[in-house]
Design a protein around this ligand. Sequence first.
Ligand code: RP5
Length: 174
Amino acid sequence: MQKEKVVEERVRVGIVLGSDSDFQVMQEAVRVLQEFGVGCEVVVASAHRTPQRAAEYALKAEERGIEVIIAGAGMAAHLPGVLASYTCLPVIGVPLQGSALGGVDALYSIVQMPPGVPVATVAINGARNAALLAVQILSLKDPHLRQKFQAYREKLAVSVVEKSKKVQQLLSNS
Ligand code: RP5
């Protein structure tokens, strides 16, 4: 992926965290969006502790120019589903690991949405993939971003070939 750090002034992706304790994992999403030059913002709004704040964020997101929401939460993680219930924007949920159940609780909470209100759920702590999916959604109507995403995928493929070469090297040395 190109390491250009050009960040759009326009905020297109809203990253919502259930708590500031989620930031360490979720900042990977910020990094990826920055690498693609996609403007984003990060806010904390808990579905349980500040339900009204979470609802207001989702209700106003589209008129503020947000196109995709990424929501990261741990434990009984209702945040992505609650946001999705208040907006027609696509919501990507990131289940976070920090609990006695290792994030499986959050995964099940986020992925098991009732029919009619989907949340695109990535892996536990999958902030990187959440950002990449957001880029893919945005690139549907942004040819420049699509080109960048294609270049990223080509680079990814090259890295797999490199990994294969490394394994061959290890085999020949063993
Ligand atoms: C969830 O509870 C948050 O998303 C966080 O992952 C977890 C713990 O929150 P804190 O007690 O660290 O604020 O709502």
